[in-house]
Ligand binder design. Structure first.
Ligand code: B12
Ligand code: SF4
Length: 211
């Protein structure tokens, strides 16, 4: 999924160290790139075909960088890409960016919740381009939470309370599962396990099962 926004909308809302490059043109374009569960079969196929990807320390980030990087190369204007997995310098507050762009609402449990896919999305990159972005004010994104009793907020409180006594990744998963939005778009079990544990052995087993 790709969502355009004006860089100034985001830059006005975040602390200076989180700002995006605007090429001295505050109304410049940024395109936020995210994924649904559809990423997973494509990643597994790519890992079957590409030994370097298979051996990467973080295949999801490696795959993202090769696909988004190749697409960015084809843009005929100055551009810079920022990655969701970057921490420290050049970090982007991706969830706030998603809300400001109108892609996904920042929920009471601090997960970005898409109107259709619920919390079952990943935010991967933002491509900043030296051309004008959308004009006007940022879109007003309605919370997708009507008639919800905020189960996500209770699940987050539970996991934070339990953290002192060693919360597990399944406790974090319960926070996402608490949301009724987009349940039909829940990730596959393999995909969930890898994202929450970063256990490469489980990812490689999923790759081999499809051979
Ligand atoms: C660092 C990080 C973490 C740290 C956060 C705590 C810390 N010590 O900083 C840890 C490792 C704990 C973590 C855990 C998880 N993360 Co994380 N994380 C990030 C990362 C890379 C940076 C966050 C950050 O520091 N932002 C900078 C600050 C300045 O931004 P901010 O707006 O002020 O802070 C926001 C978030 O950081 C968040 N937050 C900040 N502190 C805390 C603390 C807790 C307990 C929680 C729940 C959230 C949270 O809420 C803020 C409002 O937007 C982002 C990607 C990104 N670049 O944004 C992914 C990201 C937020 N994480 C993500 C996910 C999915 C998770 C996990 C569910 C597991 C996983 N990896 O799949 C878990 C559990 C979170 C949950 N709510 O269930 C996704 C969220 C997708 C979505 N739909 O919202 C992101 C966007 C990565 C991605 N590729 O999509 N994460
Ligand atoms: S659980 Fe309810 S309040 Fe929380 S994000 Fe989902 S719909 Fe919104």
């Amino acid at each position: 999924m790709a969502q355009p926004l004006q860089v100034a909308w985001y830059n006005a809302a975040v602390e200076p160290h989180l700002r995006l490059p605007d090429f001295d043109r505050p109304d410049s374009l940024a395109v936020l790139i995210g994924n649904t569960r559809a990423l997973w079969p494509r990643l597994l196929d790519a890992m079957r075909d590409d030994d370097r990807l298979r051996r990467a320390a973080d295949p999801v980030d490696h795959y993202t960088m090769s696909v988004v990087g190749a697409a960015a190369e084809r843009i005929g204007a100055r551009r810079e890409v920022r990655w969701a997995h970057t921490v420290g310098a050049e970090m982007v507050a991706m969830q706030r960016l998603a809300q400001i762009a109108g892609l996904a609402y920042l929920s009471p449990a601090l997960l970005a919740v898409h109107p259709q896919f619920g919390p079952w999305i990943g935010l991967r990159a933002v491509v900043c381009i030296d051309v004008p972005g959308p004009a006007g004010d940022p879109p007003a994104l309605a919370p997708p939470c009507d008639a919800c009793d905020e189960g996500c907020r209770r699940a987050l409180s539970d996991v934070i309370e339990r953290s002192a006594a060693a919360a597990t990744w399944r406790d974090w998963l319960a926070v996402r599962d608490a949301c009724p939005r987009g349940r039909e778009h829940r990730y596959d079990d393999d995909q969930i396990e890898y994202h929450y544990t970063k256990n490469l052995a489980s990812l490689l087993a999923a790759v081999d099962r499809g051979r």
